[in-house]
Design a protein around this ligand. Structure first.
Ligand SMILES: Cc1cc2nc3c(=O)[nH]c(=O)nc-3n(C[C@H](O)[C@H](O)[C@H](O)COP(=O)(O)OP(=O)(O)OC[C@H]3O[C@@H](n4cnc5c(N)ncnc54)[C@H](O)[C@@H]3O)c2cc1C
Length: 386
């Protein structure tokens, strides 16, 4: 892997910093927090501001709303968003996951019409894969789509999805063929969430961002809602997992949380014990490894060498490391951490403690990541490409 960050990405990071520290961004962020009321906050207006500045999809081609930059620009962007407490989930799901899949596997018409709107966040998407009985085992999906005249009719229930209340469309996995192998009968659609027959209900979460349950009752969609070919769903889901499991967003959060704990230890004025210093060094090492693993996956994705085992390893390592930092913060800073005052960093650490359990489940549970890794070929350490 090339460890040099190109000067364009350094310039881009500086540009992002300037936008995120501008008074207008600060005002819009405060609006999100004011709406939060201890739970979810709607980040759409804030995202529109950032989308209008053209910074949210730096690594996409210019003609689709990006800047044609190296993957290191995306890494810099995520680090900055997290450090400035911009809520990232809707951004990661819509731009990083759904947008990247459209870029890689959508039709030219879908790329041209959807990607610029997703990059500017004029249009946002959520992901509806999980069902009450099918999370890790997505091949068992039962939500159905049946042909009906010129389109399709969808029936079923999806659960534990994030940001659906703020999304315009959903990338949904459904069964179009109940016969044959479980893997062959799946198909993806991009469904407007304001379609008649869609009902969205919140599920409270331990973390700040609540989940949603979504019911589809005789929801009619046109043929152009189809994403990919009929029956191609499983290979597209697998393709998206390679992009979703870069570990980048988990790394960025862990990095920020570790910096916050370190700041508090340094401010304390007392010499930390040897145990605390050793633990801090261990977390530094783990989080540095998280960044390298995540960058390796992103480099390979950029080069067209996506590898599901490598992505699974990065997702596992980055989420487990970030979770450990959140637990360690409480052990080290003490129970007062759970009753933060108005300090933004203290509030972030308290929220991290509640967010951490979900990190090793979302985007693929840790046990499943290790299962994929154990059944994959031994890592090929030889340099890729030429
Ligand atoms: C914060 C968060 C955000 C999420 N966002 C979304 C979203 O936006 N859209 C969406 O569709 N879903 C979302 N999910 C759902 C998530 O994808 C599922 O929760 C996850 O895939 C696990 O599925 P499950 O909950 O059904 O648990 P199960 O699959 O029932 O797993 C239960 C336990 O069994 C273990 N297990 C399962 N299979 C195996 C195996 N083969 N070997 C060993 N252990 C195994 C799991 O690791 C887990 O510990 C989100 C979840 C969380 C926590």
């Amino acid at each position: 892997m090339d460890f040099d960050v190109p000067p364009e990405s350094v310039d881009f990071a500086n540009e992002v910093e300037e936008i995120l520290t501008a008074p207008e961004t600060g005002r819009l962020l405060q609006d999100v927090f004011a709406r939060q009321d201890g739970m979810d906050g709607n980040p759409r207006e804030l995202y529109r501001h950032l989308g209008d500045a053209g910074i949210l999809a730096p690594s996409w081609p210019v003609e689709y709303g990006g800047r044609g930059a190296d993957f290191t620009a995306t890494v810099a962007l995520l680090e900055k968003l997290v450090a400035h407490r911009i809520p990232q989930n809707l951004y990661c799901i819509s731009v990083q996951n759904v947008g990247s899949l459209i870029l890689a596997a959508g039709s030219e018409h879908q790329r041209k019409t959807l990607l610029p709107a997703i990059a500017s966040t004029e249009l946002t998407s959520c992901i509806l894969f999980t069902e009450p009985g099918n999370g890790s085992d997505l091949a068992g999906i039962t939500t159905s789509a049946v042909r009906d005249g010129t389109g399709w009719v969808i029936n079923g229930r999806k659960t534990y999805n994030l940001k659906s209340a703020y999304a315009d469309i959903a990338l949904i996995a459904v069964r179009t063929d109940p016969q044959g192998s479980q893997y062959e009968g799946l198909t993806l659609f991009l469904v407007p969430l304001n379609a008649p027959g869609v009902v969205i209900r919140p599920i409270p979460s331990l973390a700040n961002e609540q989940f949603h349950d979504i019911w589809f009752t005789d929801v009619h969609v046109d043929e152009d809602a189809l994403f990919g070919q009929v029956g191609e769903g499983w290979s597209l889901i697998t393709q998206m997992f390679a992009a979703e499991r870069t570990g980048l967003d988990y790394y960025a959060r862990g990095r920020h949380w570790l910096d916050l704990v370190a700041e508090r230890l340094d401010e304390d004025g007392r010499q930390p014990s040897d145990v605390v210093r050793a633990e801090r060094a261990r977390h530094e090492t783990r989080i540095t490894a998280s960044k390298l693993l995540s960058c390796q996956v992103m480099q390979n994705l950029q080069d067209g060498n996506a590898d599901i085992a490598e992505s699974s390893f990065a997702k596992w390592h980055c989420s487990e490391s970030a979770q450990r930092i959140a637990w360690w913060a409480l052990d080290t800073l003490g129970p007062d951490m759970l009753e933060p005052g108005s300090d933004a960093g203290d509030r972030t650490l308290e929220a991290a403690f509640r967010e951490a359990p979900g990190m090793t489940i979302s985007g693929g549970a840790s046990e499943v990541m290790l299962d994929i890794l154990s059944s994959a070929r031994v890592f090929d350490h030889a340099p890729r490409g030429d």
